[in-house]
Structure formats: structure tokens, C-alpha cells
Design a protein around this ligand. Structure first.
Ligand code: ASP
Length: 414
């Protein structure tokens, strides 16, 4: 009897995306319909993912810390992860700056009459120090209720550390946390099965709403950002996967494709986190490493956002006919790296944090209005990069830890 071949989930996700694009094109003249009727179905999927973010981060990081089994090891893995994240983000900003400076000639200088009409109600951009202070929770529940991920991560790390420090007495809690982690992962698998439908509905609306506005001047700046994304993926991630994680880059991108598509359509690193963990573990990441490195990355590591902020800052400066000095560029590298740490892994957050970059170098924040309409398109690419960077780190650190364990075992065997 002929065996029926079943399509895999990644294949269904891909089909969902393509079908969404095609149907979205049919609705470009009537985007209100898709916004009213189709987007909400996609929102159900996003809501379910969002609801899961706090428990996933909380239990997976706490469980990750506990499984590392030694506070010193937590510190060493944490430090390596942080250095890798900051280093790759700084490279991302530099790539963005180099490219945007090459293409800057194609950007328009907008007439001042047009600039005067711009209104972007900048939400108060947080200062660098307030971002740092905000990392530390003053209340156990508030950060969880607001899905404020940095303090949730601190709570999770401290919980894990407390359990380890309590030794024998912490064992019961360790078991509960590990069991809760398993339960949350199971719920996550159920929700992940809905990804093709979610992606399909969201894609229809994105194409219907933005389809027409892609053309025009903004196409150039969007193109530059995407060129930056692509350069970073190929050079930085390609090399990192090949030489640091010791893996074939093509295999890596194939394995990560479901998470990348999910990021592209949901524009949220947080929402993509469960799928990212799943893909990385399938590709051979150590579960205790990925459950620590990936939630941390979804919150603080945003290479795509950093590229976008560099490109957008220079673009807006050009529109205002402001010439940026080398000092300004250096400042962009610093602030965009910091801003990307403070950017929440949710849709559109990178644009809000762009205000911080603009303010620091004295570019009118109202300029954000020029690109706000197409932010979704920037966001799709930058979120995809953000989660890909996290995955490269999880595989790299997993390999380091495996090598360390092998060395220790060899030494013990001697
Ligand atoms: N949407 C991005 C993310 O979730 C953040 C951003 O807006 O840049 O990674």
C-alpha cells in the first residue's frame, strides 16, 4: 500500500506564508477588510504566544540555571553569552552604518514645509541609566503582569541561584520548577502547531496594508536595511555558525527556518522564543544552555534592531539635511547597541527605542513619522535577525560547554 507522505510543520509554515502573500496581494485595494476580519485570527495566535512568554522565560531560565548546577558555571556561561551578544550587536550597527553611508546619496532631503507637518508623538525615550535601573525588579509580580522581560529574567536567575544555594533543601523546588518547565513546553508545542494558520492570516494583512506603500522613496531605505540584514546573516552568522558552532551554515538555516518564518510574520522575538528553543534543541543545542541563552537573547540581543536603528537614524538625518560627523556615528554605535538591549522583544519596540538614538545625537524625533508607516516591513526583517543571532549563540555556547565537559572527563579518566 502506498504510504501517504505527510508534510512537516516547517513546510506548512512556509506554505502558510506564501499563500498569505498571494492572497494579501488580492486585497491591496481593500486592506480594511483584512484588518477587520483576517488580522484578528492572526492575533489569537499572537495572544496565545504572548501569554506563554512569561512562564517560558521564568521556568526555562530558572530551570536552565539549576541544571547548570553550579553558580560559577552560571556566571561563566552568562558572561560568555553577554560578550557574544554585545560584540555581534556592535558589528551589526557598524554594518548598518557603512551601508547607509554608501547609499545615502539616494535619500531625499525633504522640504521644510513637509517636515513641519510631521508629527510623531514620541513616547518618552528612556535614558540609559533608567534602562539599567529598570532591569532590577522592585516587586515580584509587576514585571510578570506587564511582561517586562528584563526584570523577569533577573527574577528567574535569582530563583535558580537561590535553589542552588539552598542545596539539599532546594531540591523540592528544583523538581517543581523542572516539572513546570516541562508542562509549559507541552503547552507551547500545542500552540506551535497553530503557526501555519497564524502566519497565513498575519501575512495576508501585512501585504494588503503595506503592499502599495513599499514603492516610492521608502523602498530605498527599506532596501538598505534589508541589505544590512542580509550582510549580517551571511557574514556574521555564517562565519559564527561555521567556525564557532562548528556546524554547516546551510543546515543551520534549514533547521532554523520555522522560527525565522515565525519571527518574520509575528515581528516578536518573545513570541518566537518557544519555536526558537525547539529548533535549536533539534539542531543539537544543549537544552540547559538554550533554555538560558535564548530567553536572555530574546530580550537583550537585537542585531536586526541595531542595524535598523543605524540605517533609520542616518536616513532621518538626511531628510532633515543634517550632516552627521564621525563622532555622531560613534555615538550611534554606542546608543544603538544600548537601545537594542533595552528594546523589548515585541512588535514595533525598536522604533520606540529609535527615539533614544535620535535624541542622543540631536536629530528631531518627529522624523520617525517619515518611516513609521512602513515600520512593519523593517520589523519583519529585524526580528528575523534578532532571533537568528540568539540561535547562533545557543549553538556556540553549547559547543563550548561540550568541549569543556569532554576535557574534564578526559582529565578525570587519566
Ligand atoms: N520586533 C523586534 C523583536 O521582537 C523588536 C523591534 O521592534 O526591533 O525582536
Amino acid at each position: 500500500m502506498e504510504k501517504k507522505r505527510k508534510l512537516s510543520l516547517p513546510a506548512w509554515i512556509f506554505i502558510g506564508m506564501l499563500a498569505g502573500i498571494l492572497i494579501g496581494l488580492l486585497f491591496t485595494k481593500n486592506p480594511d477588510f483584512t484588518t477587520e476580519w483576517i488580522k484578528p485570527i492572526g492575533m489569537i495566535y499572537i495572544n496565545l504566544l504572548k501569554f506563554l512568554v512569561v512562564p517560558v522565560v521564568l521556568f526555562s531560565i530558572a530551570d536552565g540555571v539549576i541544571s547548570l548546577n553550579d553558580l560559577k558555571r552560571v556566571g561563566s556561561v552568562g558572561l560568555k553569552t553577554f560578550v557574544y551578544y554585545m560584540f555581534t550587536t556592535a558589528i551589526a550597527v557598524v554594518i548598518g552604518l557603512v551601508l547607509v553611508n554608501i547609499f545615502k546619496g539616494a535619500f531625499p532631503v525633504l522640504p521644510s514645509a513637509e517636515l513641519d507637518t510631521l508629527e510623531y508623538e514620541a513616547k518618552e525615550a528612556p535614558s540609559v541609566m533608567s534602562v539599567i535601573v529598570g532591569i532590577f525588579p522592585d516587586n515580584l509580580f509587576k514585571p510578570m503582569v506587564n511582561a517586562d522581560m528584563l526584570p523577569v529574567i533577573v527574577i528567574a536567575i535569582l530563583t535558580g541561584a537561590g535553589v542552588l544555594a539552598a542545596g539539599e533543601k532546594g531540591q523540592r523546588i528544583a523538581t517543581i520548577i523542572s516539572d513546570m518547565n516541562d508542562v509549559v513546553m507541552k503547552i507551547m508545542m500545542m500552540i506551535i502547531k497553530l503557526t501555519p494558520i497564524g502566519v497565513f492570516c498575519l501575512m495576508i494583512n501585512v501585504v494588503a496594508v503595506n503592499g502599495a506603500s513599499i514603492v516610492g522613496t521608502l523602498a530605498v531605505v527599506i532596501g538598505v536595511a534589508y541589505l544590512g540584514y542580509l550582510t549580517h546573516v551571511i557574514i556574521v552568522y555564517g562565519l559564527s555558525v561555521r567556525f564557532l558552532a562548528g556546524m554547516n551554515p546551510l543546515k543551520f538555516f534549514k533547521g532554523l527556518a520555522p522560527a525565522m518564518i515565525c519571527a518574520f510574520t509575528t515581528t516578536s522575538s518573545n513570541a518566537t522564543l518557544p519555536l526558537n528553543i525547539e529548533c535549536c534543541n533539534k539542531m543539537g543545542a544543549e537544552p540547559e544552555i538554550s533554555s538560558f541563552v535564548l530567553p536572555l537573547g530574546a530580550t537583550i540581543n537585537m542585531d536586526g534592531t541595531a542595524i535598523y536603528q543605524a540605517v533609520a537614524a542616518v536616513f532621518i538625518a538626511c531628510c532633515y539635511n543634517i550632516n552627521l560627523t564621525i563622532g555622531d556615528m560613534a555615538m550611534i554605535v554606542l546608543t544603538a547597541t544600548l537601545a537594542s538591549i533595552g528594546t523589548a522583544g515585541v512588535s514595533g519596540a525598536g522604533m520606540i527605542m529609535l527615539a533614544m538614538v535620535l535624541t542622543t545625537i540631536g536629530i528631531p524625533v518627529a522624523g520617525i513619522a517619515i518611516i513609521a508607516g512602513v515600520d512593519k516591513i523593517f520589523d519583519m526583517g529585524r526580528t528575523t535577525l534578532n532571533i537568528t543571532g540568539d540561535a547562533t549563540c545557543a549553538l556556540f555556547i553549547s559547543r563550548l560547554e561540550r568541549q569543556k565537559a569532554a576535557k574534564a572527563a578526559a582529565k578525570a579518566g587519566k
